[in-house]
Design a protein around this ligand. Structure first.
Ligand SMILES: *Cc1c(COP(=O)(O)O)cnc(C)c1O
Length: 368
């Protein structure tokens, strides 16, 4: 289309300047997609059967989703009203940010963290305030507490942090919460919770009912392998969830997604065995990378962070040419999802070639 005057149509300038969310690259046919932290396993047979049984495609989904919310409420020890579902937890992040922050307000989070946060904040009309990660790629919660102002409305804590990998510990988080005014909404984004093996980790499930301003966000996209169906959930005080519900697009969570999530919870043992397998693969891969000379932060999700620094774009291309789609965050580093067992050898082959080409940072003595 070549329409005259389309440039004159009035848009919010900050939205017109915003790029749409960039999805992870897709590799060549026989390659591996390690760019979106997806689960490499196919859904369990029982999950597929449950989805096939929800066939009323001419009807809107059940917006109340009571069966699934009851189920989740049971495991978190809360009432059904204290569970809210979204079409992925990104949808929930958007709802909570919109519910609490608008023009003139601030949303505070660590950086580098989840790449969806900045765009969601722009759409809300609020401003992002970011606090750099510590040198070991963990949240600097003291600096985040110090960055709270009168205008702060939402604080997002991502653990394990996407894309760098480390967790926030329970002790750190409790100390942080003690310094956050109780009238500011805190979102604990635990998208990778099921992959965490460190016993010192913060676990949102143990914090429910302790803070009036805390909402825990989880998803079925990663450990449960349902990224294609878009379903996540929030657990927290009913009044806060009601505000998110008011900011939601109605009936976005399909019956297919609800059925798949319920069936996945039924088969949780099998799913969590797969998660343990991915966690073991992650730890083995990290050990090998460290042996090659890489400086890899602790990894508690289903992904690893390579601090490729200025060489990020070239390094990502080297992976891509070898059939490995990874996620490049220039000029910081590359995130590699822990995928199929067959992908590991190819990853290690490329990292071995790359490690010699990287310069050491003179300040830290580390790569990248
Ligand atoms: C993947 C991810 C999510 C959620 O993704 P959905 O598919 O929308 O549920 C949320 N937060 C972080 C940090 C993630 O990496």
């Amino acid at each position: 289309m070549d329409l005259q005057n389309v440039d004159r149509v009035l848009l919010r300038p900050e939205i017109a300047a915003l790029n749409a969310y960039a999805q992870g690259r897709t590799p060549s046919d026989d390659g591996f997609k390690l760019s979106s932290n997806e689960n490499p396993f196919n859904p369990l047979p029982g999950v597929l059967d449950a989805v096939a049984a929800t066939n009323a495609l001419n009807r809107y989904p059940d917006g109340a989703a009571l069966a699934l919310r009851d189920r989740l409420a049971d495991r978190f020890g809360v009432g059904t009203a204290e569970v809210h579902l979204g079409a992925g937890s990104v949808a929930l992040l958007s709802q909570f940010i919109n519910a609490a922050a608008g023009p003139g307000d601030e949303v505070l989070y660590a950086w580098r963290s989840f790449e969806a946060y900045p765009g969601l904040v722009v759409v809300s009309g609020a401003s992002s305030v970011t606090v750099p990660l510590l040198p070991d790629a963990r949240h600097d919660l003291d600096a985040m507490a110090a960055a709270i102002t009168d205008r702060t409305r939402v604080i997002i804590v991502c653990t394990p942090n996407n894309p760098t990998g480390p967790i926030v510990t329970a002790a750190e988080f409790e100390r942080f919460m003690a310094s956050v005014p109780s009238d500011r909404l805190v979102l604990l984004d635990e998208a990778y919770s099921e992959f965490v093996t460190d016993p010192d980790r913060v676990d949102g499930r143990t914090l429910i009912g302790r803070y009036p301003n805390l909402v825990v966000l989880r998803t079925f996209s990663k450990a449960y392998g349902l990224a294609g169906l878009r379903i996540g959930y929030a657990v927290g005080p009913e009044r806060l969830l009601n505000a998110a519900r008011a900011a939601a697009i109605p009936m976005s969570v399909t019956d297919n997604a609800q059925a798949a999530a319920l069936a996945s919870l039924e088969r949780e043992d099998e799913l969590l065995a797969r998660v343990a397998e991915i966690g073991a693969r992650r730890d083995a891969l990290r050990d090998e990378l460290i042996d090659q000379g890489w400086n890899i932060p602790t990894a508690q999700g289903n992904f690893l962070w390579l601090p490729t620094g200025e060489n990020t774009a070239a390094a990502a291309d080297a992976f891509f040419d070898a059939g490995l789609a990874v996620r490049a965050f220039a000029p910081d580093g590359i995130r590699i999802s822990v995928g199929e067992p067959e992908s590991v050898e190819s990853v290690l082959k490329i990292t071995k070639e790359l490690v010699g080409t990287l310069r050491k940072n003179p300040r830290t003595g580390q790569l990248g």
